[in-house]
Design a protein around this ligand. Structure first.
Ligand code: PLP
Length: 421
């Protein structure tokens, strides 16, 4: 991709009749190795397709050297990083590969960017954070109070426990420096209308920082349509190894005083890539996006539209399964006509049974889920679910309706056992 090319075509690939689930599953070695085990904890980290394993291995076997050297191996590393940057730029619909920075994880990018933002508050000391977010996109901003930031909360509504962009108007103003919010809740799976957040924040001259970590495996990330200034993502949620990347609007990041050694250029991406990161994981990231592109016959937009469509069938099946069990409450969007407002991350509780008991029982029956506050303790408190939190089953495009049925049967069994029936 070249710099400043046109906005991504939304549905460029030909329509695909049926989701190629068997082919997809064959490409993930961990699924075959797992036997009967069901991966329903994907929000904490997804499995990788074999081209990702191959890319990581090839990097380590052939060129585990530092970039920037004059010899062949080092040049190959430079070339790989450049290719990966371009692929990730396509993945998020950036204007150019220079807007992508690689690093350890999403949290460290939020921290690095927030520290820089904290030095530029001046007449705009207010930072808006949301009650729906993962703590990584909350605590990092709260830490700016030490340098004079005033934190303003964007709360979920009592009626539906969702963030409504219209409510932002009451908290935005000419003192707002930035709005930090998630694209989708890692706890309840609810999607936020971030384009509307961007419109309202920009109308008052504030910037927008989006956490796309939870949303990215489920739908098209489009920084131009989202109308944001910064966005972070984790590789290990999008079928790549453990690493993270940030997209920053060139003009926004180039204005910020990030930490870098004096001899490092004060422009993106260099100014955000302090030190060395795991190049082998960047090689894996490139392969992961190539894998996704292939699902859409070469178009990442088409691939993610296809994934989202298939995942809505999983959301629907999960809701049918959970709501069919007496005593189970789903926290999040349950209306079948609004499935496009959620990803297949199902947060639920069972009357009278602790969430950890449910998760342990499912683990004993070869179903991997998670319980607790999901790193969103404020949201969980608002839902009235603390201290025990909830159970979270988080699905991705390699999961199947058959797995949902096995999950349902296992859950019924766990509940019967816990109730002694
Ligand atoms: C929504 C969300 N944001 C941020 C993070 C933190 O990501 P990382 O582990 O890459 O720092 C997570 C991790 O689960 C997450 O789900």
């Amino acid at each position: 991709m070249t710099t400043d090319e046109g906005v991504r075509q939304q549905h460029a690939a030909p329509p695909v009749d049926a989701f190629p689930i068997d082919d997809v599953r064959r490409r993930f070695p961990a699924i075959a190795r797992a036997g009967r085990f069901i991966f329903f904890d994907n929000a904490a980290g997804a499995q990788v397709p074999s081209p990702v394993v191959d890319a990581v291995t090839d990097h380590l076997l052939a060129r585990n050297v530092q970039r920037g050297g004059p010899y062949r191996h080092s040049r190959e590393v430079d070339a790989m990083i450049a290719r990966a940057r371009t692929r990730v730029a396509t993945f998020v619909n950036a204007r150019g590969a220079d807007e992508i920075a690689f690093g350890l994880n999403a949290t460290s990018f939020i921290r690095a960017i927030s520290l820089a933002v904290g030095q530029t508050l001046a007449a705009r000391p207010e930072v808006v954070v949301s009650e729906l977010d993962h703590e990584a996109n909350v605590a990092t901003w709260l830490a700016l109070e030490r340098v004079g930031a005033r934190i303003v909360w964007w709360r979920v509504r009592d009626s539906d426990r969702r963030l409504h962009p219209a409510d932002l108007d009451a908290v935005l103003g000419d003192r707002t420096r930035l709005v930090a919010c998630t694209v989708a809740s890692n706890a309840t799976g609810t999607i936020v209308d971030v384009a509307e957040v961007g419109r309202r924040a920009h109308a008052v001259g504030a910037e927008v920082f989006l956490d796309a970590v939870h949303y990215a495996p489920h739908g098209a990330v489009d920084v131009r349509a989202f109308d944001c200034d910064y966005l972070v993502c984790s590789g290990y949620k999008i079928f790549a190894p453990h690493m993270g990347f940030a997209w920053c609007r060139r003009e926004a990041i180039n204005r910020l005083p990030t930490f870098r050694e004096d001899f490092i250029p004060d422009v993106t991406p260099d100014k955000l890539e302090a030190g060395t990161y795991a190049y082998e994981n960047v090689a894996g990231m490139e392969a992961a996006i190539e894998y996704l592109e292939q699902l859409g016959s070469g178009s990442i937009g088409a691939a993610m539209a296809l994934v989202a469509e298939y995942e809505r069938t999983l959301s629907s099946a999960m809701l049918d399964a959970l709501q069919g069990i007496p005593g189970v409450t789903v926290h999040g969007v349950t209306n079948r006509s609004r499935l496009h407002e959620r990803v297949p991350t199902l947060c639920f509780t069972v009357d009278g049974i602790e969430s950890s008991i449910v998760a342990d029982g499912l683990a004993a029956r070869d179903v991997g889920v998670r319980s607790g506050h999901m790193y969103s303790p404020r949201l969980m408190a608002r839902l009235g679910l603390m201290p025990g939190g909830a159970v979270r089953a988080s699905l991705v495009h390699y999961n199947t309706p058959e797995e949902v049925e096995r999950f349902r049967a296992a859950l019924v069994d766990v509940i019967d056992e816990a109730r002694g029936s």
